[in-house]
Design a protein around this ligand. Structure first.
Ligand code: GLY
Length: 573
């Protein structure tokens, strides 16, 4: 080749490389996750930098914490599809500056066609996988109604055009996936293919890699419909028809009447004080608030401070309080619109004193139940949480889920999203553990239109009337104890927020009867002393992924995402 020909060839080659690179890497590919941020104005912490950016853009255009959190949730449905969703449900706590804190329940509900024994065979034994994979595993989705109700009631701009456009753009233009997302997609590739007999954006030939473009055109269309028509765009028309078709094709039971009747519910939070802090958390059908209150109130007068951080003595007391509260969870808690849960009694001073008095300082109790609960391998990251404080001092704390990663793995073909597998959070049979090893009783048995018991614990803590901490996490049954430990680390052990979130965690949930520890957590001496008290110890890689914001006395905000999720991101305005 002559020099000229060389140059022409080289130019064509470089142009080709550039075109390929541009096609694989949309403008939004330049994101780096940041775990700690500070700001004097506003803060967003969520599970993906692109979703955080959507929230910050809304705040910058004059939106409040609700406008922003709704935008972040729709964006997470695109960029964090294992848990962000429109096919699932969740809970939100909102503290409007100077007003009462309120709670929103947009948990999925059982379809009309659901029955108490729907996951049991003719001998009364659970059929493996029926409550976790495929159409029968799905509850009626609540996210869209919940987010739109929140926007309508408490948004400042209340503008669907504005808050949803970020998500629509991400779905239609695509985004470059992270290593974390690529790993998850590869892990579930065979489930996606087995459960969905068609091509869709989550299946491809070969493995997913960091930087691959994920475009979701049908999801963009559905989001556009919701943007244009509100809840009708999801619960009626083409999207509803696509859900019902998916059900019909897969022996599912959700019908139009289920979708039409779905309504999110506004509720009074669980509220209590702990050593001078005012805590608001989620009421039933989440167990989060009640269990958190029981544990903290048991611990309040105990000398955790002088016993020391993560000593055998303090972990013993915390674990015994957890054991007792999780036994209550299994025995008494369920959807209080369907079952008479003795909430007042469970939270009364006398009752909590009796729980505290039942703790032996020297010896572990035994968790006894007629149960077939085996040790469970916890599957983390499957839910997701967002914390926001805006410039006016309003705080929003929202946890949402499909339950397992990508929910039931069943994809609504024509509408572009995964359906949840939340039905597994019901007690399918007394004494039989769910995905998280949690067992339940009559209070949480299945009934038409009932909501399944949850552990999601979106929480807002105030001090002297001002927001102090906004936090929550994914992590199934370990959510409550993770929120608890971050609270104790801040309020009892005086750690800064980053230390409080990063510190390793322990967890006891009554059954299985053991303390679960993150790998390497606690000294050898502490472990031996706990064993000497009669505790079984079991290690797991990690538990729950906290996203938290702390506001100091001067109004400065620190946001912290959890290093346990590589994609967690904190950023201030
Ligand atoms: N699906 C997990 C929970 O709600 O606790």
């Amino acid at each position: 080749m002559t020099n000229d020909k060389h140059l022409i060839f080289l130019s064509f080659f470089l142009a080709f490389i550039l075109i390929v690179a541009c096609r694989q890497a949309p403008k939004n590919s330049q994101y780096i996750s940041q775990k700690v941020a500070t700001s004097d104005k506003a803060m967003v912490v969520a599970a993906h930098p692109l979703a955080v950016k959507v929230g910050l853009d809304i705040l910058a255009q004059g939106g409040n914490a609700i406008d922003a959190i709704v935008g972040v949730q729709f964006a997470l449905a695109v960029v964090y599809p294992r848990a962000g969703n429109i096919g699932g449900g969740g809970f939100m706590l909102y503290d409007e500056k100077g007003k009462q804190t309120t709670a929103l329940d947009f948990r999925e509900k059982a379809p009309f066609g659901a029955t108490k024994n729907m996951y049991l065979d003719s001998l009364g034994n659970p059929i493996t996988g029926l409550s976790t994979k495929g159409a029968l595993a799905s509850g009626v989705p609540g996210s869209v109604d919940g987010l739109l109700q929140a926007l309508e009631k408490y948004g400042k701009l209340k503008d669907r055009q504005l808050v949803m456009q970020g998500a629509i753009d991400l779905a239609s233009n695509g985004f470059a996936i992270s290593q974390n997302e690529a790993d998850r997609l590869n892990k579930y590739a065979s489930d996606f293919k087995t459960l969905n007999n068609f091509d869709f954006p989550f299946v491809k030939d070969g493995d997913w890699k960091k930087g691959d473009l994920l475009k979701q055109s049908l999801l963009a269309k559905t989001l556009q419909k919701i943007q244009d028509e509100g809840r009708k765009g999801f619960y009626e028309g083409d999207c509803a028809a696509a859900i019902i078709q998916t059900m019909a094709d897969n022996k599912g039971i959700i019908v139009q009447r289920d979708l039409t009747r779905y309504q999110a519910k506004w509720k009074t939070p669980i509220q209590f004080s702990f050593r001078g802090y005012d805590i608001s958390s989620m009421p039933l059908p989440s167990s989060g608030g009640i269990v958190l209150q029981q544990i903290l109130k048991i611990l309040e007068p105990l000398p955790l401070d002088s016993l020391g951080f993560q000593t055998a003595e303090s972990i013993h007391l915390i674990s015994e309080a957890e054991r007792s509260a999780y036994e209550n969870r299994a025995t008494y808690l369920g959807d209080s619109d369907f079952y008479n849960v003795p909430v007042e009694l469970l939270l009364s001073e006398e009752y909590i004193t009796s729980m505290r008095d039942g703790i032996d300082r020297e010896k572990a109790q035994k968790s006894n139940a007629e149960t077939v609960a085996p040790s469970q391998t916890l599957e983390s990251f499957q839910t997701t949480h967002t914390s926001i404080i805006d410039e006016q001092g309003n705080s929003a704390s929202l946890t949402t889920t499909l339950n397992s990663n990508y929910g039931s793995k069943l994809y609504v073909r024509e509408a572009g999203f995964f359906l949840n597998n939340e039905m597994d959070d019901f007690s399918v049979k007394p004494g039989v553990p769910n995905t998280y090893g949690l067992i339940g009783a009559k209070a949480n048995e299945i009934a038409p239109e009932k909501r399944m018991l949850s552990s999601m614990t979106p929480t807002i803590v105030k001090k002297d009337g001002e927001p102090y901490l906004v936090l929550g996490a994914p992590g199934g049954s370990t959510i409550i104890t993770a929120v608890l430990q971050v609270l104790l680390n801040k309020t009892v052990y005086g750690q800064n927020l980053e230390e409080a979130v990063n510190a390793c965690r322990t967890h006891h949930q009554w059954l299985p009867d053991r303390i679960l520890l993150e790998e390497g957590c606690l000294s050898v001496e502490a472990r031996n002393a706990l064993k000497a008290k009669g505790h079984q110890l079991e290690e797991t890689k990690y538990m729950a992924i906290i996203k938290a914001i702390h506001r100091d006395a001067d109004g400065r905000l620190t946001g912290v995402g959890d290093p346990r999720n590589p994609d967690d991101h904190a950023q201030g305005l």
